[in-house]
Write a protein that binds this ligand. Structure first.
Ligand SMILES: O=C(O)CCC(=O)C(=O)O
Length: 320
């Protein structure tokens, strides 16, 4: 009961945030830019942006089929990669086949085993969180220069690595969008990469996603009666959010796709693309994957789900 109260009472985490200035001050100049008088430690959510115009990124405004071919970085890619990227605007995702070599995939998998063996891995449930902060191999894979080039191209701006999550099994997560968890203002300034570290099949909990669903309005707390007050978060459950997404999907006819990936394949998805994990039917099998998220440098970053600003820890890139 008391724990529940503290979790919902905004000033309790604002107090915690007070001591995290270096990880939170990234939002300050952007609050100013959008005319918001907010402290670095303050709660922040979609309600703060009501009435503000949220400018669209280039590839939410224009079609990648028209814009990408004019870019030098795009012209320098192989024809296969070019073809993979062209439908980003229409579909809300792209699949980069065999992006990471078998050797690189092996290196990442060995690293996961090492992190586990040495007790360095930090697991939250079945997710190894933020290994980029304690593994150079994971950091280099997640911020791979070729991958960053492609991500910057399709977002039309400079993106920066924020998070990594390693999975050994399927998440079996119900359908959701990233934008509710890792949110930005203007909306749409985060992108995810899902990196296959082994083959996925109907047996080991592959990813599913709804083609074109990124064009739906962004779902925020208020849309399922969870706005809360200036002092408290709303009272709804996370499952109420998931139910809301399910009901939206029922009203549309998006194609549900299942990602049957080969090791080294990378799926990039739009922050508003609805996706989740299929049942992991054969528990004898693993489903190794690495999910990474990238925020735009010029956006306010927060978590709509908890109404907190994003704590951004500096990444320590190894010197070459
Ligand atoms: O890998 C999965 O099963 C789902 C991952 C996912 O939904 C996410 O990272 O947002």
């Amino acid at each position: 009961m008391i724990k529940q109260f503290i979790r919902k009472f905004k000033p309790s985490y604002e107090l915690y945030n007070l001591f995290k200035r270096s990880e939170l001050e990234h939002n300050l100049s952007k609050y100013k830019k959008y005319g918001l008088s907010k402290k670095y430690y303050s709660s922040v959510s979609s309600q703060d942006f009501e009435g503000l115009n949220s400018p669209l990124n280039i590839h939410d405004r224009l079609d990648t089929r028209d814009t990408l071919p004019t870019q030098l970085e795009f012209q320098n890619l192989s024809v296969q990669r070019q073809n993979e990227l062209l439908t980003w605007s229409e579909k809300g995702y792209v699949i980069l086949k065999h992006f990471f070599s078998p050797e690189r995939v092996q290196q990442i998998n060995t690293e996961v085993e090492n992190l586990n063996r040495t007790g360095k891995a930090k697991w939250v449930g079945n997710k190894m969180m933020f290994a980029i902060h304690y593994s150079d191999i994971m950091l280099q894979a997640s911020a791979d220069p070729e991958l960053m080039k492609i991500i910057n191209l399709i977002m039309g701006k400079k993106m920066e690595l924020f998070q990594s999550i390693n999975f050994l099994t399927g998440s079996e997560q119900r359908t959701h969008s990233d934008s509710f968890h890792m949110s930005t203002f203007p909306y749409g300034n985060i992108i995810a990469a899902w990196i296959a570290l082994e083959e996925t099949s109907a047996e080991n909990g592959p990813l599913h996603y709804y083609e074109g669903s990124h064009k739906l309005p962004y779902i925020v707390n208020k849309d399922f009666g969870n706005a809360g007050t200036s002092l408290f978060l709303g009272n709804k459950l996370y499952s109420d959010y998931e139910d809301k997404i399910a009901s939206i999907l029922e009203q549309h006819n998006f194609e549900r796709k299942i990602l049957l990936a080969e090791p080294g394949d990378v799926l990039l998805w739009h922050s508003n693309l609805l996706h989740g994990g299929e049942p992991h039917r054969n528990k004898e099998l693993t489903r190794k994957s690495l999910v990474t998220h990238y925020y735009a440098e010029d956006a306010i970053c927060f978590h709509e789900v908890t109404q907190r600003p994003t704590l951004k820890r500096k990444l320590e890139f190894p010197s070459l």
